[in-house]
Ligand binder design. Structure first.
Ligand code: ZN
Length: 187
């Protein structure tokens, strides 16, 4: 197990469409090793999500771990550490809401992004078994941000107002109470 280097915006791997994993690959020791590294890397980074392309593996694999308990997430529901292989996403309700997103691959910055707030996710586990998950609100945003990485998309591409791209320390200094409740989204 090891903490891997997280690629930053500008690295070409972050702009590639990642390839799907076969059932054999999902069950392989290589993928298990990579996942253990990704979990270490995520913990080390203090983030809540990490996609394989962020550690220079252009494959459709991501992890999300939104901790439980009272936190800066306010009343936002937690999501225990989950591995998503070959995920697809479907919008259930296109009504959008905005969050100040951060990205481990775009360090030091935050940007305001509006996304649909009710999605259905279909993905495989390491045994190749298919699962479905419906997510709303903050978690719907987190998962869309994360899966965008598998298509070479970064949150800055989704911004409709580039004036809402700010330095993180300035954002933390000037954010409102409402924004503070939604702070700490780093994926
Ligand atoms: Zn990201």
């Amino acid at each position: 197990m090891a903490v891997r280097k997280i690629l930053r915006m500008g690295h070409p791997t972050l702009r590639q469409k990642a390839r799907a994993l076969t059932r054999q690959e999902l069950a392989s020791p290589d993928i298990k090793r990579l996942l253990l590294d990704m979990i270490d890397t995520l913990k080390d980074s203090g983030g809540i999500g990490l996609a394989a392309p962020q550690v220079d593996e252009s494959i459709r694999l991501a992890i999300i771990d939104v901790p439980a308990g009272p936190s800066r997430y306010g009343d936002i529901p937690s999501l225990p550490l989950t591995i998503f292989a070959n995920p697809t996403i479907e919008v259930v309700d296109a009504t959008t809401a905005g969050y100040w997103e951060g990205c481990l691959s775009v360090p030091g910055l935050r940007g305001f992004v509006e996304r649909p707030q009710h999605v259905r996710v279909t993905y495989q586990d390491l045994k190749g078994k298919t699962h479905t998950l419906e997510l709303k609100g903050f978690l719907a945003t987190v998962i869309q941000h994360e899966f965008d990485h598998l298509d070479g998309v970064l949150y800055v591409d989704r911004m409709s107002d580039i004036r809402k791209l700010v330095f993180e320390d300035e954002y933390l200094k000037h954010l409102t109470t409402q924004e503070a409740a939604r702070d700490d989204m780093l994926v």
